[in-house]
Design a protein around this ligand. Structure first.
Ligand code: SF4
Length: 506
């Protein structure tokens, strides 16, 4: 809700009463915020009342039953993540999407006296999209006139997800709930700009006075004339606020001219004040401790920011922004001792106890994230034909040059052959093998990056005697400082130089 100052009955019935119901239903985790940045999209030249209006809205919300123990209630500009996401979305949103939002042209034409040919005004539906998606919301309680904005939000979510191959943003749905239109004191729609409002937290005496002075829209000019309550704004108030018995008796009294308009209006005032009176009293109490409300809003804004941050973390990562050192660290560790230390997995000794398939996956991911130099990008091959071979064997990866890389893991057999690892690879064609050999005693991970020329001949021979779904057994053997690779029964090849040598991946 934009901070337009104290709310009137139209705002209450059109949105707030429904929000309180949604909150109290316990069905949803609700976020409600006062959109002070949105206020600036139209009031940028005269921001003098934004802060006061923001507090007025907050007080009315709390008085009307929004409850910080049940919902998160905050001020938009206290959660900078909204603006950050808005900026990122602005990079990917085509201009045409914003220009064709129906309210854009409409409001530009209607708000005379304000220059709305600004970037901020054009972009406000995108700021709304960010407001919604920053909480990964599933539903947005809106009126029919806002459905186009929710649709834009869905398009933005879809575009981001497909552009970056992610599912970070759900596509939210509009939660349309019945919200009766409240007629103003002059018979037109209740609106501040018409000066025909009844305040939600107006003193009961003032509410009654306004209702008693309300127009009957030409009905019952003489007391003896029968009237039609469906054409009278007082009749509308009864329909929204009165009990059925009061509605029935005033309707028949109006139609038969057996009730005076003053009595009908006094009954309407009673019905309205039965709803607004307690809200008015709560507001008086809240106003007397304004610091408490302010502290609540600040605390709630921090809570909202923590939730928003949970969305921003993956978003920043997807866009590869530098909010933490992350994987870039590896780039600067190329020849340092620290990099070498990444081969030491003693911190992860518990991995030994995992099921082989799980351990293989961890080792493979660890290798990819911590040992392969940062500038070598490995991607998953979409073709899953190799996956079925054996659970322990992983799917191939692709290097940036589209070389097929097979990563396999093995541990040495301490008891009988401590200097041997026995990895396996499928009977398929790869340009490179990465053999991850883990030392059981020292928890040291040795990675040998073997290009095809080192094994192609032996591999071709071994393949002849195997079936399509078999795997080829390899042996990596340590002999002093040297490491030898044997493919099936062939002659061993010296692979010492290939340990942690990532050139074949480039
Ligand atoms: S009786 Fe009530 S509903 Fe009928 S015209 Fe008078 S004020 Fe309106």
């Amino acid at each position: 809700m934009r901070p337009t100052g104290k709310l009137h009955l139209g705002n209450y019935m059109g949105a707030l009463a429904n929000w309180v119901r949604l909150q109290d239903s316990g069905q949803y985790e609700c976020y409600f915020f006062i959109a002070d940045w949105h206020a600036l999209t139209t009031d940028y030249a005269d921001p003098g009342r934004v802060k006061l209006n923001t507090l007025d809205v907050a007080l009315d919300w709390l008085a009307a039953g929004l409850d910080p123990d049940k919902s998160t209630i905050f001020i938009q500009s206290h959660v900078p993540q909204h603006a950050e996401l808005h900026l990122l979305f602005s990079m990917i949103t085509p201009l045409g999407w914003l220009e064709r939002v129906p309210t854009y042209k409409e409001q530009q034409e209607n708000m005379t006296g304000k220059d709305l040919s600004t970037y901020g005004f054009l972009g406000y539906p995108l700021l709304q999209a960010s407001d919604i998606l920053i909480y990964q919301a599933q539903y947005v309680p809106v009126g029919q006139d806002q459905v186009a904005h929710v649709e834009l939000t869905r398009e933005v979510a879809r575009r981001f997800n497909s552009m970056y191959r992610t599912t970070v943003f759900p596509e939210p749905e509009a939660l349309l709930t019945p919200s009766p239109k409240v007629t103003g004191t002059d018979g037109r729609k209740m609106s501040k700009s018409y000066g025909n409002t009844i305040g939600l937290t107006e003193a009961p005496a003032s509410v009654a006075k306004k209702i008693l002075e309300m127009s009957t829209n030409g009905q019952r000019i003489r007391q003896t004339d029968p009237g039609n309550p469906d054409l009278c704004p007082v009749g509308d108030l009864h329909n929204i606020f009165s009990d059925q018995s009061v509605i029935d008796s005033t309707r028949s009294g109006c139609k038969t001219a057996s009730i005076r308009c003053e009595i009908c209006k006094m009954d309407a005032a009673k019905s309205v004040c039965a709803v607004t009176g307690p809200i008015y009293n709560r507001r008086i109490q809240l106003e007397s401790k304004i610091e408490d409300t302010w502290d609540t809003l600040r605390e709630q804004s921090r809570r909202a920011a923590a939730r928003a941050e949970r969305t921003m973390l993956p978003v920043r990562n997807i866009l590869d922004l530098s909010h933490d050192l992350g994987a870039v660290r590896r780039h600067f560790m190329a020849s340092t001792e620290e990099r070498l230390q990444n081969h030491d997995l003693s911190m992860h000794s518990e991995w030994w106890t995992l099921a082989p398939a799980q351990r293989a996956k961890l080792l493979r991911d660890y290798w990819r994230n911590n040992l392969v130099p940062y500038d070598i990008q490995l991607s998953q091959e979409s073709n899953r034909v190799f996956a079925s071979l054996e659970r322990e064997l992983e799917e191939p990866l692709l290097t940036t040059k589209k070389k097929r890389l097979f990563v396999t893991t093995a541990r040495n057999h301490v008891a009988d052959r401590p200097n041997e690892w026995l990895p396996r690879v499928p009977v398929k064609t790869f340009e490179v093998w990465a053999l991850l050999c883990w030392e059981r005693e020292t928890y040291w991970l040795r990675d040998f990056i073997i290009p095809q020329r080192f094994y192609s001949q032996q591999f071709a021979l071994a393949k002849r005697s195997l079936k399509k779904d078999d795997s080829v057994h390899l042996t990596v053997r340590r002999d002093g400082q040297k490491f030898w690779l044997t493919v099936a029964e062939s002659e061993p090849v010296d692979i010492t130089e290939l340990q942690s040598n990532y050139d074949p991946l480039v």
